[in-house]
Design a protein around this ligand. Structure first.
Ligand SMILES: NC(=O)c1ccc[n+]([C@@H]2O[C@H](COP(=O)([O-])OP(=O)(O)OC[C@H]3O[C@@H](n4cnc5c(N)ncnc54)[C@H](OP(=O)(O)O)[C@@H]3O)[C@@H](O)[C@H]2O)c1
Length: 326
């Protein structure tokens, strides 16, 4: 594993972080048992992963807590999140603090390393920074959390309007940002200022459905080609990203491999979050994240064809209630 310092937080984190949400939810979202999920977390630890990202709404805090119970607390970095409903009104800060207290209980820990506000829309940002963050800062003084973070909504804010503000105002130690081969605009809109202000970055959506399901990718590229948003050949090819796969001279071994390597080496990305419930995928994904960058020619082609696309492949899990689709 490789480690790096997460922005100005000073925390040493593995460059691969296990996401406990998304479609997989440690496998609980794809029919696996809690025992399987615990085994997966143990295998992640064996691979050197020390950062785990969960959330109150994922339903994985308790199983993650059980899986990490025997591990010295200072060897792991726990990130979780509070979802604040729009209708919380004047009690938004109390809702956040109550969520923090519940997360501590579910995870079975005395403190959260990175406590994040979950899926904050541009319209909810003012409340998040001016009302909720100060209340959570008081909880930090009590030792319940180490750093505050904020995550964007993905599909609801494809231009990263919320994060463009968050990286400037000194409130957040970390941000979570959507970035992948066909949604690259964080390169201009988020990363330069996150680097300048030493805000730690966790990337999400590296693969999701669009790169893990060949049919989804084909259909999306057909749609984009029909609208003139990508070259016609990309809409017609049976394996449109096949040009990335040429292992013999440093190219990718698969589209998923390419997707993780693409994100991992982007300047400004500290941690690549990845989600899986499948031990073989866990091993493959970590291996991909630790490989060198994609060849320069392939990165140039990805930028040329997809660099202007916005908001592709950010679809939420449909089997979760709308408030929990992150
Ligand atoms: N707004 C937010 O706060 C927000 C939103 C989205 C995500 N997140 C965080 O980011 C994390 C990562 O997002 P994500 O879970 O969507 O991860 P992801 O890595 O982008 O995509 C994971 C998907 O790809 C599949 N997959 C993984 N490795 C594979 C492989 N080698 N071959 C084929 N398929 C593979 C997984 O299914 P299998 O189980 O079959 O491997 C899963 O469906 C989440 O878990 C969560 O912690 C936060």
């Amino acid at each position: 594993m490789e480690y790096r310092t997460l922005g100005g937080t000073g925390i040493r984190v593995s460059v691969a972080g296990l996401g406990c949400g998304g479609f997989s939810r440690l496998g609980l979202g794809t029919g696996k048992s809690e025992a399987d999920a615990i085994e997966l977390v143990h295998e992640a630890l064996d691979l050197g992963i020390n950062l785990f990202d969960t959330a109150a709404v994922y339903g994985t805090e308790a199983v993650l807590g059980r899986a990490l119970a025997g591990v010295p607390r200072d060897r792991i970095v726990i990130a979780t999140k509070a979802w604040i409903p729009r209708g919380a009104g004047a009690s938004a800060a109390e809702v956040a603090v109550a969520s923090l207290d519940r997360s501590l209980g579910e995870l079975g820990t005395d403190y959260i390393d990175i406590f994040q506000l979950h899926g904050v829309s541009p319209g909810a940002y003012e409340r998040a920074s001016a009302v909720i963050a100060p209340a959570l800062a008081r909880e930090r003084e009590k030792g319940k959390l180490r750093h505050l973070g904020v995550t964007e909504t993905g599909a609801g804010d494809p231009q990263h309007e919320m994060l463009a503000r968050a990286v400037e105002d000194g409130v957040w130690g970390t941000i979570m940002v959507a970035f992948h081969m066909m949604h690259q605009n964080a390169r201009e809109r988020v990363f330069p200022r996150a680097i300048a202000n030493r805000v730690g970055t966790l990337s999400m959506f590296a693969v999701r459905n669009i790169f893990s399901q060949p049919r989804r990718l084909r259909v999306e590229l057909q749609r984009l080609a029909a609208h003139g948003e990508v070259a016609q050949w990309l809409g017609q090819a049976p394996n449109p990203l096949g040009f990335l796969i040429h292992e013999a001279d440093g190219g990718a071994t698969s589209v998923v491999d390419a997707a993780y390597r693409f994100v991992r080496h982007e300047p400004g990305v500290d941690v690549v979050l990845f989600g899986t419930g499948n031990p073989a995928h866990l091993r493959a994904d970590v291996a991909s994240i630790l490989k060198p960058p994609l060849p320069e020619t392939d990165r140039r082609i990805l930028k040329k064809h997809f660099g202007r696309l916005v908001g592709i492949g950010l679809d939420p899990p449909t089997d979760m209630p709308s408030f929990a689709r992150h």
